[in-house]
Design a protein around this ligand. Structure first.
Ligand code: GMT
Length: 384
């Protein structure tokens, strides 16, 4: 198959998943064309069957807000026509599903039947999609997609509920991980992160409010009172300053390390003893899966997509959003008991391999593509 993939190219789980999917599809013999405003951050070298097409946005002086979505639709249209793509697979609804819908309908008007698959990742539905500026176009664009997928049952249900879109057929295809890359046996150098005897507690995110960074810092403050530990924070975003201020206020700055944005985290996760993800919402929590594959138990929030990723009491512990005391207690109990920790660590890796290894998940996308390509009369998910 010849597939066009559009995603956010910078840091973030949706771009990471889209890129790994494209690379995995290319390894399975498909031709993959990435279409975005920059090269996806995990696409670093030339790979057979993988191409990148940059969207050029004209900065005409009249445009106070250059219309990226239109430029994207035009590039999707051009690339699909020229390269004879079979389908466009867009990740994150806004603006990608909208641009994909325009491109597909332009192609159809010219007699070329191309399919549009949209994968919902989380905040495109729960935050951006609920913003009055984007709500109606989000709903319209997802309804116009030929197939919709969501990265968890939690996100599928939220989409049905928040958009009152009971007739939207949404297939759940979970995120995946390459277990060869996320493997703690592969990497050395723990001494770079912590002193001997110290536990390494880790968090990786875009430091947005939805991640509840203050809960994370308060949780760690409780943990380090009970045992020697260091908090390693990877990523950057609007809440980072708040995190630094709170750590200083709690007198734990010396135990908290900010590493900033990094392209690859497998070698860091390999040295973590515990991963913390106290998010308000999390459609899936790709980084929690990457932690599990690396043999790192996870403590996070229940009532989110993490319920489908973490096996409660086996690979980690989940507690209600904001229950810092309970999350800290779970963290301490795991870190303080080496035998228990080793059991959780093995189970975490096993769970990642058995349920979320890329070789298991990528065929689900291929099956969906085959299905939609056979569906000659498709004109949107709610029309079925
Ligand atoms: O966390 C974010 O806001 C970034 C967003 C993204 O586009 O990368 O993450 C979402 O997609 C990831 C990949 O599917 C999921 O693992 C994250 O859980 C999801 N984030 C939220 O739902 C908050």
């Amino acid at each position: 198959m010849k597939i066009g993939i559009t995603c956010y190219p910078t840091y973030g789980g949706s771009g990471a998943v889209a890129t790994e999917l494209g690379l995995g599809l290319a390894r399975r013999g498909h031709e993959v064309h990435f279409i975005s405003y920059a090269q996806p951050f995990r696409l670093t070298t030339f790979i057979d069957g993988v191409y990148f097409h940059e969207v050029e946005v004209n900065r005409y002086p009249l445009f106070e807000y250059p219309p990226y979505s239109l430029a994207l639709a035009v590039t999707m249209h051009e690339v699909t026509w020229r390269e004879e793509l079979d389908l466009l697979h867009v990740h994150y609804a806004i603006p990608h599903a909208t641009a994909g819908w325009i491109a597909r309908d332009m192609l159809r008007a010219a007699g070329r039947d191309v399919k549009l698959v949209t994968t919902l990742h989380g905040t495109d539905i729960t935050l951006v999609g609920q913003d009055p500026s984007y709500r109606s176009i989000t709903r319209f664009s997802i309804e116009k997609s030929d197939r919709l997928t969501a990265v968890s049952g939690w996100l599928r249900d939220r989409t049905h509920r928040d958009f009152e879109c009971d007739r939207c057929a949404i297939e759940v295809i979970p995120n995946f991980v390459d277990p060869d890359i996320y493997d703690r046996e592969r990497y050395r150098g723990r001494h770079r992160l912590a002193r001997p005897g110290e536990k390494v507690v880790m968090h990786i995110s875009n430091f947005r409010a939805v991640k509840r960074i203050p809960d994370l810092i308060e949780m760690f403050a409780r943990i380090q009172r009970e045992l020697p530990a260091r908090l390693v924070l990877v990523g950057d975003g609007p809440e980072r300053q708040r995190a630094e201020d709170l750590a200083a206020h709690l007198g734990i700055s010396g135990r908290v390390v900010f590493l900033g944005k990094l392209d690859s985290v497998a070698d860091l996760l390999a040295h973590a003893d515990l991963f913390l993800l106290p998010s308000e919402q999390e459609a899936f929590g790709l980084v929690a899966l990457e932690a599990q594959a690396s043999g790192v138990p996870v403590v996070g929030t229940s009532g989110t997509g993490l319920d489908e990723v973490i096996e409660e009491g086996v690979t980690g512990h989940l507690h209600p959003v904001g229950d810092v005391a309970a999350m800290a207690r779970s963290a301490i109990s795991l870190l303080a008991d080496g035998t228990l920790w080793a059991e959780y660590s093995r189970a975490a890796r096993r769970r990642a391999l058995e349920h979320f290894a890329m070789e298991r998940i990528i065929p689900s996308y291929e099956a969906l593509y085959r299905d939609v390509l056979e569906d000659a009369g498709s004109s949107g998910v709610s029309a079925a």
